[in-house]
Ligand binder design. Structure first.
Ligand SMILES: Nc1nc2c(ncn2[C@@H]2O[C@H](COP(=O)(O)OP(=O)(O)OP(=O)(O)O)[C@@H](O)[C@H]2O)c(=O)[nH]1
Ligand SMILES: [Mg+2]
Length: 478
């Protein structure tokens, strides 16, 4: 059997090493590779941070919990806003000021049984998913408790929260400004929610909004941190009197909190908490189309982030690892970790052996850039192996040719992970199915659509940057 075939077997004949492939061991294996390499501290930092990045991502996915707290003066609709987000009246509300006396927490329930078409794609997998949750924290009005206690309470809650909402119901007062300003000090993302907009005619509402934005909170908040809502709007309804005549009555209408939901989602995404947000929002009621589309976009962006992380981890491992066979094994471990991470992102339960199977299937369908091809076509393995084994990576003079080979090889390895990642993403987005077509056709379509050159040069650039290889581009051109 040729060496290339043997290597392919190593990758594809995973049955034997499946047992080894749990995430912990993968991490250990990667760490060991790093430790055993004769690397400069600088090089180590690069690889270490990649590995721990992937690690912490996995951990976060495993036990992520996000806290969103609402603040504001009494009666501004804090509890109503949270209820509107929940789609359920879990927090007590009422016209008398000071309804909420103490801080209360409720979980934003997942897995509600009111799925729309797109939601149902994920339903099976998510209902049993204890992964991520969003906790909503309601607080008493800031003018309900005395100054010192208020300050202390607010600060404590703000410290635990990942996102702060501040509810107002019109132009903001001095007390509100001061509270907002001290909350800003907590260093958490804040949304100022202008609630009860149904109480103002359109023109007034805009005037107030503009005033808040341009005059009141200019120094504290950027315009996109302000959002309008009506948590519990009053709407006119015609009702029939007993004598048959009609009268108009004000009743509670449907909450308008879509903009708020979108903003929350955007912020959590920016803070690297999108997964959690996605899962919950996906199952919150009244998810409108816009929200669903945005969620799909964000999910896709997060997936691309995960893929890129996998790509660079793989590229780094290959670039810094002088033993080709190990490259492939650790490379496969990284791919498996990437697949598992993506499956969690898409809320699709997948065991490690499931991930290995999927990788195997993809690798077979990919053909073109499987491991053996990557080594054989470039004819780099021996060069790299020789250089890598003969001299420590850091041995001055030999570094440049080694790196030039290593970086190219790493980029090819990274490219294959990129392909694997994109294919996995498509598969998962389709509800863990290849759809109408054969896996091979799906894989081919995706591979054809990849701009290999630009992906490879992006990997190389980032790699060179990470390894802090100076003058490398000159070497490469010679
Ligand atoms: N018209 C209108 N009324 C609202 C809206 N949101 C809340 N309300 C009403 O405002 C009153 C106060 O709402 P809550 O949610 O209890 O306000 P809160 O800020 O939690 O009040 P405290 O707990 O007392 O500090 C209730 O009667 C709500 O029905 C809204 O968007 N429009
Ligand atoms: Mg309340």
């Amino acid at each position: 059997m040729s060496l290339d075939r043997e290597l392919d077997q190593t990758i594809l004949g995973f049955a034997d090493i499946q047992a080894e492939l749990n995430i912990c061991k993968a991490k250990d294996a990667l760490k060991e590779i790093v430790t055993n390499l004769d690397l400069t501290p600088e090089e180590k930092v690069g690889l270490d941070s990649e590995i721990s990045g992937l690690e912490s991502m996995l951990e976060k996915l495993e036990k992520a919990s996000v806290y969103i707290a609402v603040f504001g003066m009494v009666g501004r609709g804090k509890s109503s806003l949270l209820n509107a987000l929940l789609g359920e009246k879990l927090f007590e509300t009422g016209p008398i000021h000071g309804v909420t006396k103490t801080t209360k927490v409720r979980q934003w329930q997942l897995g509600r049984d009111n799925s729309t078409h797109i939601e149902s794609l994920f339903t099976n997998s998510l209902t049993s998913d204890k992964l991520s949750q969003v906790e909503l924290i309601d607080t008493p009005g800031i003018d309900e408790v005395d100054g010192k206690t208020r300050e202390l309470m607010a600060r404590q809650v703000a410290k635990q929260a990942d996102l702060l909402l501040f509810a107002v119901a019109g132009d903001i007062t001095q007390v509100e400004y001061e509270a907002l300003s001290s909350l800003r000090d907590a260093g958490k993302p804040i949304l100022l929610v202008f609630n009860k907009i149904d109480q103002y005619p359109e023109a007034d509402r805009l005037a107030i909004y503009n005033k808040i934005r341009d005059e009141r909170v200019r120094e504290l908040l950027s315009p996109d941190e302000i959002v309008m809502a009506a948590a519990s709007p009053l709407v006119a309804k015609a009702v029939q009197r007993s004598d048959g005549s009609l009268k108009v009555e004000m009743v509670r209408g449907k909450p308008q909190v879509e903009d708020l939901k979108l903003k929350i989602l955007e912020i959590l995404d920016r803070e690297g908490k999108s997964l959690v947000a996605l899962n919950s929002m996906l199952y919150a009621d009244d998810v409108n189309e816009q929200l669903v589309r945005r969620k799909m976009e964000i999910r896709s962006q997060s997936a691309d982030g995960v893929i890129w992380k996998g790509v660079m981890t793989k590229a780094m491992a290959i670039a810094l690892n002088p033993v080709t066979v190990l490259d492939l094994i650790s490379g496969a471990i990284i791919d498996v970790a990437m697949i598992l991470t993506l499956s969690k992102l898409y809320g699709i339960e997948m065991s490690q052996s499931g991930a290995v199977d999927l990788l195997q299937k993809i690798a077979i369908s990919m053909g073109g850039i499987t491991a053996s091809e990557l080594i054989a076509n470039l004819g780099l393995s021996s060069v790299k192996g020789l250089l890598g084994l003969a001299t420590p990576v850091t041995a001055g003079l030999s570094l440049a040719p080694y790196l030039s080979v290593a970086v190219t090889q790493a980029a090819v390895g990274g490219l294959s992970s990129y392909g694997i990642g994109q294919i996995t993403k498509t598969y998962l987005a389709n509800g863990a199915s290849w759809g109408e077509e054969s896996p091979k056709a799906v894989v081919n379509n995706i591979l054809v659509s990849l701009d290999e050159n630009s992906i490879m040069s992006r990997i190389k650039d980032e790699l060179i940057n990470k390894l802090k290889i100076k003058d490398f581009s000159q070497n490469q051109q010679q």
